[in-house]
Each structure stands twice: as structure tokens, then as C-alpha cells.
Design a protein around this ligand. Structure first.
Ligand code: NZQ
Ligand code: ZN
Length: 389
């Protein structure tokens, strides 16, 4: 096992009516905040009004900025930074999913920096300070509510890039599973694929003797696999939604990555897809992850056999371990299909005429590799895109 430091400062307030506590939680940080949200589902469901009521009750005033899109754009982040500076705001409250939270995180970084906020995503600048932020989560998926990451798309070149730093962890996350009842089935499924991917990125490691986190990863995956189809059949089943929601946070708050070196190639390879084609990130992962697995499984067949046996219940074939490994990958792909996700580029109407461009972009024109389990070159990445056609 590797050495590690694990510190997660995000206070989780979880359960029915949890959003009623948003005023009190926010008031502990600031008396004037930016309320940031997305395309407006929170207006339609009445959540926004309830949050505003709670803020008013706690004596917190607010300025609003809606319009964060899935695959959030840097242009809105710049607008938010300007607004925060003009209004002298010291705290951001994000209401929504990963896109809103990541957009809020980017604003939190940019406000404290004299240059352009994109510098943090292009690697030109290192985060040093950020405004504090809090979250009311409405979709279990990205895990951004307790993660160190923020992923932003720059319309100039359609580059989707991430920035990671502990100062980006939200101070609190309000999580009421009832808020997820209104999710369309496709968004529920995309969220499931994303949280599974966050676990699998950590699971496929070259670090030895990580049995505890191996088993935690496997248990979390089995629980998601059990509950996801039920969430689609019974969208208003509280306990099913609650199990999925908590899994989404645990998948990415990095407890499951302690002592391990995760892979993360599939994420980097996927970000090129959602950056260019504006696909939901989870759908992109359902396409890329099985292709990545097919390309790399021979690197450590035993680990893929363990994944097949312990996560998917495949009976190991001791004479033909590769067969078992491939059966695990097949079951993952079948599962994604069963919950309504694309598993090939064609399923998502993505043409195969820009694969070279994406392979070049994600490896900096071949100047660096991606992933840790297997270090993939530009040519390897291109093969993975081809396997996903
Ligand atoms: O815009 P609104 O109106 O809020 O609607 C959203 C959006 O259209 C809708 N939605 C959310 N909650 C809902 C709801 N509709 C009905 N009822 C509800 N309760 O769902 C749509 C998708 O929302 P989005 O925030 O885009 O989803 P998600 O949470 O999957 O976030 C995806 C983004 O997070 C990034 C992804 O790359 C992508 O840009 N990621 C961020 C990470 C991080 N910061 O740690 C890690 C991840 O790997 C990921 O890359
Ligand atoms: Zn993800």
C-alpha cells in the first residue's frame, strides 16, 4: 500500500428535508452569497424557492447566477467572477449537479486570481486560494460535492480540462435523496455510470496489497449494480435513491483511493468526447470504459478475473483466466446497455471521423501518456477510440 494523507472537510447533511438546513449551514460562512444554478430544473421543482426561504430565514442575502450548462463553460465562469467581485461576495452556494458545482468551484478559484481563470485548467497556474463554497446536490453522479476536482469546457477549441486541489472541496453538501426523484431515467443512468467509473478508475491499480480498499470498491460497485435498475423502475423509492446518492459521494471523495494509485485514463479519454460532442459525461464513460478494459486487460489478467468474480459473480475458469476476465467486461457492458446507456460511439450518434484529433488532444499531440495502470500513448488512445466505434 502507498503512503497517503486523507482529509475530507466536506460536512454532509443527508436525508429527507435536508435542504431546510441550507440557511443555517450557509450563515455559518457568510451573510451574502452567490446562488449559482443550472438550466432551471430547481425553479420548476420548487427547490429554489425553498432554498431562498431558508436563506432569508437565516439572515443570508444573495445574488443569483443561473445558466450553468452540462459540460460547464468558462465564459459563464468569467461572468460569475466579475459579478462576485462587483458585489463583494464571499461565499458561493451551488444548487444542482456536477456542472453547477464545478462552475462554482472555478469561480471560487478565479476570484482570488489576477490572471484568467483558464490558467488553472491549462496548467499555467497552481491553485493557492479559493472562496469557500457549499452545495445542495440534486443528482448523484460526478461526486463533485465532496471532491477536489472541477472540470470546465473552454469554447475556444472545445477543450474540456480539469483542475484538482484540496481547497476546492465544498465546505458542506446538503443531500436529500427525494430531490433526485425528478431525474429523467437517462440522467439517473449517466450518474450511475460516472460513479461506477470513479470506483473502477481507482480499482485498476498496479499497487499491491490494497485488500481493504479493493473490497470496499467491490462492495460499493455491487450495491450500485443492485440499486440502479430499481431506481429506474421505482424512481420515487426513497431508500433506493438514498443508497445511490450516498454511493455517488463515496465513489469520489477519495476514501476508496487511499493507499492506491488510480488509473484515470478513461476519464481523460472521455473528456475529449463530451468536450467536442457535448455528450453527458456518464454516457461517454459507458462507451469508453469497456473499450479501455478490452485494450488493457492483458496487463493484469488476475485483477480483471477478481473484478469479474467478485463484482459480477462470474465463476472463474481456472484453465482460461482470460475468458473470465472478458466475461466481466462483457457483463459491465451489458449492464450499461440494460440501464439505457450507449456503449458504442455509434449508439450516441458520434461519427468516427475525429478519432485522430481526439487522441492527439488528449495526449498533448503525443507529448505525454495518459493513465497509470497502463501508460497509454497517442497510438494506444486511438486504438481505444477505434474499439469504441
Ligand atoms: O441544469 P439543470 O436544470 O440543473 O438540469 C440538470 C442537467 O440538465 C439535470 N438535473 C440535475 N438534477 C436534476 C436534474 N433534472 C431533474 N431533476 C433533478 N433532480 O441533469 C442534467 C445534468 O446535470 P450535470 O450537473 O451536468 O450532471 P453531473 O452531475 O453528471 O455533472 C457532470 C459534469 O461533472 C463533471 C463532468 O465532466 C461533467 O462536466 N465531472 C466532475 C467531477 C468532479 N468535479 O470531481 C468528476 C467527474 O468525473 C466529472 O468529470
Ligand atoms: Zn467522472
Amino acid at each position: 500500500m502507498e503512503n497517503f494523507v486523507f482529509s475530507n472537510c466536506t460536512k454532509i447533511v443527508f436525508g429527507r428535508n435536508a435542504e431546510e438546513q441550507v440557511g443555517v449551514e450557509t450563515a455559518a460562512w457568510a451573510d451574502k452569497v452567490l446562488l449559482h444554478y443550472g438550466g432551471g430544473h430547481i425553479v420548476r421543482t420548487g427547490l429554489k424557492a425553498r432554498v431562498e426561504e431558508s436563506l432569508k430565514h437565516a439572515g443570508v442575502s444573495y445574488i443569483e447566477l443561473g445558466g450553468a450548462q452540462p459540460n460547464p463553460r468558462v465564459s459563464l465562469v468569467r461572468e460569475g467572477i466579475k459579478l462576485i467581485r462587483e458585489q463583494g461576495i464571499g461565499f458561493i452556494l451551488a444548487i444542482g449537479g456536477g456542472s453547477v458545482i464545478d462552475s462554482a468551484k472555478a469561480m471560487a478559484l478565479g476570484v482570488q486570481y489576477e490572471g484568467d481563470v483558464w490558467d488553472f485548467y491549462s496548467g499555467k497556474a497552481e491553485p493557492k486560494e479559493a472562496l469557500p463554497l457549499g452545495v445542495v446536490l440534486t443528482i448523484p453522479a460526478a461526486g463533485s460535492e465532496a471532491s477536489t476536482g472541477s472540470v470546465i469546457t473552454n469554447e475556444d477549441g472545445w477543450l474540456k480540462r480539469s483542475c484538482d486541489h484540496v481547497i476546492l472541496r465544498p465546505k458542506f453538501a446538503i443531500m436529500n435523496p427525494e430531490l433526485t426523484y425528478t431525474l429523467p431515467p437517462y440522467q439517473t443512468a449517466c450518474g450511475v455510470a460516472d460513479m461506477m467509473a470513479h470506483i473502477m478508475e481507482r480499482y485498476f491499480t498496479n499497487v499491491r496489497d490494497v485488500d481493504l480498499t479493493d473490497q470496499l470498491c467491490e462492495a460499493a460497485l455491487r450495491s450500485i449494480i443492485k440499486h440502479a435498475p430499481r431506481a429506474l423502475e421505482e424512481p420515487q423509492n426513497y431508500d433506493v435513491r438514498a443508497n445511490i446518492m450516498w454511493a455517488g459521494t463515496i465513489a469520489h471523495n477519495d476514501l476508496l483511493g487511499t493507499g492506491r494509485i488510480g488509473d484515470w485514463a478513461s476519464h481523460v479519454i472521455e473528456h475529449e468526447l463530451s468536450g467536442i460532442y457535448d455528450l453527458a459525461h456518464g454516457a461517454g464513460l459507458a462507451i469508453i470504459f469497456p473499450a479501455w478494459m478490452k485494450y488493457v486487460y492483458k496487463h493484469d489478467v488476475a485483477r480483471f478475473v477478481q473484478f469479474a468474480a467478485r463484482v459480477w459473480g462470474v465463476d472463474p475458469d481456472y484453465h482460461d483466466p482470460e475468458k473470465t476476465a472478458l466475461e466481466g467486461i462483457r457483463r459491465l457492458e451489458e449492464f450499461f446497455k440494460r440501464i439505457g446507456l450507449p456503449t458504442r460511439l455509434a449508439d450516441a450518434d458520434i461519427p468516427d471521423d475525429r478519432l485522430e484529433e481526439m487522441a492527439a488532444k488528449c495526449t498533448g499531440n503525443g507529448t505525454h501518456t495518459v493513465g497509470n495502470f497502463v501508460k497509454l500513448t497517442e497510438a494506444d488512445v486511438l486504438e481505444i477510440y477505434r474499439l469504441a466505434v
